[in-house]
Design a protein around this ligand. Structure first.
Ligand code: SAM
Length: 253
């Protein structure tokens, strides 16, 4: 997969996406990353990329032409999936990241700034809009890095074992069970005995039950859509009884 990010701050994206797990994946060739300075495609000698909006609105907008020139130069006839990071967009979640990773299409990610971007270039590039949540940041760089990081993490070759993410929160619709590392006793608190028993089947059962419990307590609405077995439902009834004094606004029966 090739990822191109068009931004006024390419160094920020380069630095973050060059580190740690994602940086190693890039070095191994799992994906290619190119961060582009939109200003390099400005058409005047001051490299101006913004202007005032045609409305009563205050603030500045990124102009269409420098972005369009950047897009044309970078894609050079290729047809990547074009994403504009935007608070107006579809809100990102793990299912969307999975879809991006499974399709494996090249990405051209546009980061807005100021009050946003001239609408016409979004239409011209046939951009889809993706939001990272119902709040507004000053620029699209953090959202772009979140999208790139989340997708790259799911590509073959990024994590050492594919199952690193299979049990994780949101991958299968539930939250992850609690995890522990050494030492076995810390500050008088012991790792749950079952995890040191070596009994694989019991450990798997414990993990599933803890996932169900975490989800019930922290994000009960996820249980409405998570795939649940009869055993899961039976265990959830036990949890419901255990926490009957706690207000949980859901009936998963
Ligand atoms: C101040 S915001 C512009 C907000 C825009 N005027 C609006 O109301 O939708 C500047 C840029 O930050 C990025 N941005 C801000 N919040 C975001 C979010 N929640 N998700 C994705 N991108 C966001 C977008 O690229 C946007 O163009």
């Amino acid at each position: 997969m090739r990822i191109d990010i068009a931004t006024l701050f390419p160094e920020i994206c380069e630095t973050y996406l060059g580190q740690s797990i994602v940086g190693r994946a890039r070095n191994k060739g799992v994906f290619e990353l190119y961060c582009h300075q939109i200003r390099d495609y400005a058409f005047d000698k001051h490299h101006r990329v913004d202007d005032t909006p045609y409305s009563e609105r205050q603030g500045m907008l990124l102009m269409a032409e420098p972005i369009w020139q950047c897009f044309k130069a970078v894609t050079d006839g290729r047809r990547p999936r074009v994403v504009y990071m935007s608070p107006r967009g579809r809100v990102l979640n793990q299912q969307i990241l999975k879809e991006f990773a499974e399709k494996g299409e090249d990405l051209f990610i546009l980061c807005g700034h100021y009050e946003g971007v001239d609408q016409r270039v979004l239409e011209k590039m046939e951009a889809e809009e993706i939001s990272i949540g119902d709040f507004v940041l000053t620029g699209g760089e953090l959202p772009a890095m979140i999208l790139a990081d989340g997708v790259v993490r799911l590509l073959d070759g990024t994590l050492s074992q594919a199952d690193c993410f299979i049990d994780e929160s949101h991958y299968s619709g539930l939250l992850e069970y609690p995890q522990y590392t050494k030492p076995q006793v810390w500050e008088g608190m012991e790792v749950p005995e079952i995890l040191t028993s070596g009994h694989h089947a019991n450990i798997l059962k414990w993990r599933r039950e803890k996932s169900l419990e975490e989800t019930y307590l922290k994000r009960p609405e996820l249980l409405e859509t998570a795939p649940l077995s009869d055993a899961d439902r039976a265990y959830l009834s036990e949890i419901k009884a255990k926490y009957e004094d706690m207000p949980v606004f859901l009936d998963f029966q």
